[in-house]
Design a protein around this ligand. Structure first.
Ligand SMILES: [Zn+2]
Length: 355
């Protein structure tokens, strides 16, 4: 009789759903077959959270310590009423709900086919020489765009031309998305939220799609031109592109081909940085020769400085801990681990071989 009480039915539904999502995610191409599920959940959660004017993720993060304190308090105060079994059953149910949302909002996106195939880019084993061809194309784009924008000498941030505030940049990114109109993207243009300054940065992120709300969150410290590629990257995640390397490639691509000089500069800057970071580590001579193609000597010096800095910077303790878990998460999702971000250079190599 107890088996059919309301609570047990709720537990049965939650655990069965989690098991079903787990099975779904075991199939490498399930993201294509069940694309409608992924699209539906992102639509529902993304629309609701975009309607809320503040970052729901920030609120939830702030509430976690309070929630944990509440659980501990309940467990200690009511220890006679709550058996250990009941406690773990509840905890397990909460974890299963989180897993189901993770799986349906993000997980299925990892099980989709490569965007390179969908963009009809040639498929081949990329060699260092192919990355050089890509870097040359990107540097040409950067050289052209650099003539049209100003940049600051003390940081990676752009000094934006008149009229290019953050709002303008963001609306240009949304426009660039509409303009490209790739049929493999879902067509969502949810607005982004800012978190407290440094909330994400401390973990080594600039932005994130929060898996429980499909909400785009960008660190409060990110400003000006740095928002271009980042916002495009996060927008791609809510549009079904979860592979980090592919999202990096396509966000740079969308900015470069936006038709706006500032966005184009930002996209090319980010893509050239990835290509040079890659060459610096794989073949120093190729790196050095490619770097010389940047026509502005000051810009060339800046790239050289940041590439060396990127290669030699040790992440902070918090970033290392976050990276450790993130690396495991990516590997569980069939990604090659945290290095998947830099695989965008393979996308550029495939693109450049086609032009
Ligand atoms: Zn990402």
């Amino acid at each position: 009789m107890k088996l059919f009480c309301k609570k047990n039915i709720a537990y049965t539904v939650i655990f069965s759903l989690a098991a079903l999502v787990f099975v779904l995610l075991c199939f490498p191409k399930s993201g294509e077959t069940f694309e409608f599920l992924n699209r539906f959940f992102i639509l529902v959660f993304g629309s609701v959270s975009a309607f809320i004017p503040f970052s729901v993720m920030t609120l939830l993060i702030c509430l976690i310590p309070l929630f944990l304190a509440f659980v501990v308090w309940r467990f200690i105060v009511n220890k006679r009423r709550y058996s250990l079994k009941r406690f773990f059953l509840r905890g397990g149910a909460v974890l299963c709900v989180i897993f189901v949302l993770f799986g349906l909002i993000l997980g299925l996106g990892y099980r989709r086919e490569s965007i390179y195939a969908k963009m009809d880019l040639p498929d081949f084993e990329v060699a260092d020489g192919d990355v050089v061809v890509a870097a040359d194309f990107l540097i040409d784009t950067l050289n052209d765009a650099a003539l049209k924008v100003e940049f600051s000498d003390e940081s990676r941030a752009l000094v934006l031309p008149d009229g290019y505030d953050e709002q303008k940049i963001a609306s240009l990114v949304y426009e660039a998305f509409d303009k490209q109109n790739f049929d493999f993207l879902y067509g969502f243009d949810f607005r982004y939220k800012k978190t407290f300054s440094g909330l994400l940065e401390v973990l080594g992120f600039d932005g994130v799609v929060f898996p429980l709300t499909a909400e785009i969150n960008i660190d409060g410290n990110v400003s000006g031109g740095n928002i271009c590629v980042l916002l495009a990257h996060e927008l791609l995640h809510v549009n079904g592109v979860l592979n980090e390397g592919e999202a990096n490639f396509l966000s740079q691509y969308i900015c470069i081909f936006s038709g706006d000089p500032v966005l184009s500069y930002c996209g090319a800057y980010s893509a050239v940085m990835s290509a040079l970071d890659y060459l610096y580590i794989t073949d120093y001579k190729l790196y050095y020769d490619t770097l010389q193609n940047i026509s502005d000597p000051y810009l060339r010096m800046r790239f050289d400085y940041y590439v060396r800095l990127n290669a030699n910077t040790q992440p902070s303790f918090f970033t290392k801990v976050a990276n450790f878990f993130y690396d495991i998460y990516l590997k569980l999702n069939f990604m090659s681990g945290a290095e998947v971000y830099s695989e965008n250079v393979f996308g550029w190599a495939r693109f450049a071989s086609n032009i």
